[in-house]
Design a protein around this ligand. Sequence first.
Ligand SMILES: [Zn+2]
Ligand SMILES: [Zn+2]
Length: 140
Amino acid sequence: MKTIAEKLNSKNLKATPQRIAIYDYLIQNRNHPNAETIYAALKTEYPAMSLATVYKTVASLRDVGLVQEINVGEDSFRYDAFTDDHAHVICRHCHKVYDYEQNVDVAQSVREIESRFDVAVDACKMFFYGTCTECAKKKA
Ligand SMILES: [Zn+2]
Ligand SMILES: [Zn+2]
């Protein structure tokens, strides 16, 4: 197992304490937080960290493929350190996001798409939208 610092270094990102803290937070928290949530969680321990730093850091982690950026229909993006192919289940109302191991057979679609459109597919993002029980109760 590579340490967080090694993973950052392998992507040519300097392993600063703040970068390590942000990436580690995303690894530990699988609820797909946005930059504001990460900032709020870490600012006590890292008083020198600004919200702008968090934005810059998640953007650079995204650029090197260590985290994926998810748009759940809010003003800000959400971040996920789990980068294997997986689907997301999103409550439209409270924007809770769950991971779902994609067990839908996408290989067949990929073959079809590649031959029909002459495009080499390298990613597939799947989203399921709905209403969670809590939100359904609130509406009732
Ligand atoms: Zn909900
Ligand atoms: Zn996810």
